[in-house]
Design a binder for this molecule. Structure first.
Ligand SMILES: [Cu+2]
Length: 233
């Protein structure tokens, strides 16, 4: 019975691999690409943060932690993932090096963009933090960084949004986004984002926020031009 399960698992992995090859993103030179520029806004005011009393490691984490479910400035929403759905080819990945840090008892950044490959894990706190991922497509990890071991890495292969938490500090939550192609962005403090060198064409653009959910809109990119788009939660 156990052997059958192993065979089924291997067949499933093989099918995913073949499907992955069939729909793989192709890197090619983008001639006269366009830019998608936009903002994600919130109608109304964001809810106040939850105030959480800190039980342990107060010397580093403080006496209380503020947990924001929705954050942003000037009416915008921060930490929204923006991505083009289904784009077959375009520029190569140009994300900055993906590092998920633990700083002053928070994951920094709250949501990190990673291309398939290696993601660095780095703690700058002198206390232990646990990095516990809840992934489906990629192997999950549950490791601890501490004063003696402050760095590690995580291999990510398949596109997905991975929940991350620290089991030692209940308020510590974050996300790793393994991108399928380079046309992904995370909104800044005022909810703005930009996708550059997009091959001309019409696309579905999706925005995703951990608390507010997702929305999609159609967007048309013209050669050498800027297309402006706005989303409101
Ligand atoms: Cu922690």
């Amino acid at each position: 019975m156990k052997k059958r399960m192993v065979v089924a698992f291997l067949v499933a992995i093989f099918c995913l691999f073949v499907l992955g090859l069939a729909f793989a993103y192709e890197v090619s030179e983008v001639m006269n690409g366009g830019t998608i520029e936009g903002r994600v806004r919130l109608s109304g005011s964001p809810p106040p943060p939850k105030i959480i009393g800190v039980g342990q490691d107060r010397e580093v984490c403080g006496e209380v932690q503020k947990s924001y479910e929705i954050e942003g400035k000037k009416g915008g929403v921060k930490n929204v993932l923006v991505m083009i759905l289904e784009i077959g080819k375009g520029k190569d990945f140009d994300f900055p090096e993906a590092v998920l840090g633990q700083k002053e008892c928070m994951f920094e950044p709250h949501i990190v963009l990673a291309s398939p490959g290696k993601l660095m894990l780095a703690s700058s706190d002198p206390i232990p933090h646990n990095i516990h991922t809840k992934s489906i497509m990629n192997p999950p990890i549950n490791i601890t960084l501490n004063r003696l071991k402050r760095k590690s890495s995580l291999s990510v292969t398949f596109p997905e949004i991975i929940d991350v938490k620290c089991d030692l500090h209940g308020w510590m939550k974050g996300y790793i986004v393994v991108a399928e192609h380079p046309y992904y962005a995370i909104t800044t403090d005022d909810g703005s984002f930009q996708l550059r060198e997009v091959p001309p064409g019409t696309y579905e653009l999706e925005v995703w926020h951990a608390k507010l959910g997702s929305q999609t809109k159609e967007v048309t990119v013209k050669a050498g031009r800027k297309t402006v788009i706005e989303f409101t939660y």
